[in-house]
Design a protein around this ligand. Structure first.
Ligand SMILES: NC(=O)c1ccc[n+]([C@@H]2O[C@H](COP(=O)([O-])OP(=O)(O)OC[C@H]3O[C@@H](n4cnc5c(N)ncnc54)[C@H](O)[C@@H]3O)[C@@H](O)[C@H]2O)c1
Length: 332
């Protein structure tokens, strides 16, 4: 049977016009639900990218706290080269009623407290109020979207978009759908996060803690085990990461790092050469618990490592270094 002739270029143009990138580019108004640590940081990022932002939080003093957090985040966004010098305060408004807040949105980023029953209820209410084509994304660090979307009429548009703290600075966003999330929602969410300068990764299966927190948890469990066994001090164990593998891992992840560890033979040679020792290290890893002994050991070790620097001092030191690292990475 003869095929209808459709010019390739016009098909591609039509797909591009309605594809995930085009839909993401059409987002003008984002609603942020929950204006705590993460919601405020997302708000700063969205404002920096020229978006209009409506924020909803039940706290009566949410607005001054939000404005203070945005003002604090802004110099970082300016230093990263993504924000104008002045905060565009006119693009921000607060709306305590979450239904009214999501009704005006082209994209919703939810950042309410990490309680499953609260988020299930919130998702059902947001789903009632938002336009049917609008993505409802949750910043949840560990909850499962299949459960959060369980009372939605349009569960296909619900997705986890898990940032790393602070979202205005750290590029990673982990995107994972629930059982009823559509592939189109995943693609559109990833396109939107790319549009605001993030590096989204696709997670194929729902697992507690997603991917990055599980990687951190694995390393931290062993770091605590080594401290409790007095193999080295808390400070030296931190240096073992930040002055060693952490520098390589900021460029390539663990797989690519060990691929390079095999020289010209790459990962094949690395495994042939070192699989025995690595397997024996795995077999010897510790199983630390987050109990009172651990708490006391970490607090004492961190007091020494902090050397009089306040939490704010340390956070500023960390963020200034990350800005420099990101600047170098952008020029790679
Ligand atoms: N803090 C982190 O490092 C981090 C990192 C990534 C993701 N997350 C996730 O982000 C989400 C928010 O975490 P956070 O650290 O910003 O918490 P937070 O406690 O700092 O902020 C939560 C905010 O939600 C508001 N809130 C309470 N009930 C609400 C409701 N019914 N509707 C809307 N807002 C409500 C609170 O008033 C508060 O301002 C959680 O799901 C958490 O897992 C946190």
């Amino acid at each position: 049977m003869p095929q209808a002739h459709v010019p390739a270029s016009s098909t591609a143009a039509t797909q591009a016009a309605s594809g995930p990138d085009a839909v993401a580019a059409a987002v003008r108004h984002v609603t942020v639900i929950g204006a705590g640590t993460i919601g405020a940081s997302w708000t700063a990022l969205f404002l920096a990218h020229g978006l209009r932002v409506t924020v909803s939080d039940p706290l009566p003093d949410a607005e001054p706290a939000l404005r203070a957090l945005i003002s604090q985040a802004w110099p970082t966004l300016v230093a990263l080269g993504v924000a104008p010098l002045q905060v565009p305060w006119l693009s921000l408004d607060l709306q305590p009623d979450p239904a009214a807040a999501v009704a005006v949105a082209d994209f919703v980023q939810e950042n309410a407290p990490e309680r499953e029953s609260l988020k299930i209820d919130l998702f059902a209410r947001m789903d009632e109020a938002a336009r049917p084509d609008v993505i409802l994304a949750s910043s949840s660090s560990g909850l499962i979207m299949s459960r959060l979307q369980s009372r939605c009429r349009r569960p296909d548009r619900c997705v986890i978009g898990h940032p790393f703290n602070p979202p205005h600075l750290i590029p990673l966003v982990e995107v994972v759908g629930g059982q009823q999330t559509s592939p189109d929602t995943i693609a559109r969410a990833m396109a939107f996060y790319r549009r605001v300068g993030k590096h989204p990764i696709r997670i194929n299966k729902e697992v507690v803690g997603h991917v990055a927190n599980r990687l951190q948890a694995a390393v931290w469990r062993e770091a605590i085990h080594l401290a409790l066994e007095n193999v080295a001090s808390v400070e030296d164990i931190d240096a073992a990461m930040s002055q060693g593998p952490g520098l390589r891992w900021a460029v390539f992840g663990p797989h690519m790092t060990f691929h390079l560890g095999g020289g010209q033979g790459g990962m094949g040679h690395f495994l042939d050469h070192l699989k025995g020792p690595v397997q024996s290290w795995w077999d010897d890893l510790g199983d630390a618990r987050l109990d009172e002994t651990t708490r006391a050991a970490l607090l004492a070790g961190l007091e020494q490592e902090s050397a009089g620097r306040s939490i704010d001092d340390l956070a500023a030191e960390r963020d200034a270094a990350i800005i420099r690292i990101l600047a170098v990475r952008q020029t790679r």
